[in-house]
Design a protein around this ligand. Structure first.
Ligand code: ZN
Length: 296
């Protein structure tokens, strides 16, 4: 048996870093005026997430699929304001909630040229955590860094803010992995990247290639089944990672897709989950893993 975590980064539609901006902007607005791009709210498009939401949540809710969401606090707040009826569907006992920055900040400053002091980063992550907790009336313990990039201070700050785990690192593996303790008592749940020489070829366990048409549905399903088959440890896990908008926004086309295509993407995702369920897996979440392995 191997654990499967479905992890959804709840982002503005394809967040990209901009030089000298703390906030990310949606790729679709990158050619808009300064008035729009400089404003963290106006430059965040939720169209893709909103259009994907009903069919995605219908599947997850109907089958009570344990799912982990990592939220940009601003996008969650905007989603609540714009789509109150949809928002309510995020409150499910089998959904787990984590934090993914406030405005999808580049915590390292590598791509924006903006360095956060330790104090600024603490305040930023504290604000993001409080916002997510208050919007969803829950406690939050998990973190995923925007762009999967941690600053040298992030892990210490997560510990001070009472997070228990992080999922911002990649680890090369052709099988399920076991989380491990990193600094300050934080448990790391890395995202698998398969080795180039494996039958899955070099594959990040993000569903980008599927939604971008770079890998066929069959190839993606076979690759995940192969990782499951390779997994020997019964407490190892494989995370399947995706973005809330990716069913509806195509990066290479730089545009939104049709309703039919959204449904096709949802169907490919649900088929992947259904197929994996036939292979001695348990769909779970990081917090459940920590509880079941006495590490919470
Ligand atoms: Zn993100």
């Amino acid at each position: 048996m191997v654990y499967i975590f479905i992890c959804i980064d709840f982002d503005r539609d394809y967040a990209i870093p901009i030089q000298n901006f703390k906030h990310a902007i949606s790729d679709i607005v990158k050619n808009e005026s300064d008035e729009i791009t400089k404003n963290p709210e106006l430059s965040a498009s939720l169209k893709g997430t909103i259009e994907s939401f009903n069919p995605l949540i219908a599947f997850l809710s109907d089958y009570k699929v344990p799912t982990t969401f990592y939220y940009e606090a601003r996008s969650l707040k905007m989603f609540n304001k714009l789509q109150q009826n949809l928002f309510k569907n995020l409150n499910k006992p089998f959904f787990e909630h984590g934090v993914h920055g406030y405005d999808h900040e580049d915590l390292t400053g590598e791509q924006t040229g903006i360095q956060f002091s330790e104090r600024e980063e603490f305040e930023l992550l504290q604000r993001a955590k409080k916002e997510v907790e208050s919007l969803l009336s829950t406690r939050v313990y998990g973190f995923r860094a925007p762009y999967m990039k941690l600053s040298p201070n992030t892990i210490g700050i997560l510990s001070e803010l009472d997070f228990s785990h992080d999922s911002s690192l990649y680890k090369q593996s052709d099988k399920g992995i076991i989380p491990y303790r990193i600094d300050n008592g934080i448990i790391e749940f890395p995202v698998i990247k398969t080795p180039k020489e494996s039958s899955m070829k070099g594959m990040y366990t993000y569903l980008w290639p599927l939604f971008e048409g770079k890998r066929s549905k069959e190839e993606v399903i076979q690759s995940y089944i192969q990782i499951c088959k390779n997994s020997e440890d019964s407490n190892s896990y494989i995370s399947i990672n995706l973005h809330s908008w990716h069913f509806a926004y195509n990066i290479s086309q730089n545009d939104y897709v049709t309703e039919t295509k959204i449904q096709e993407n949802i169907n490919a995702f649900t088929e992947l989950i259904r197929e994996l369920e036939e292979h001695n897996v348990v769909i779970s979440t990081p917090i459940n893993w920590l509880k079941e392995n006495n590490l919470s």
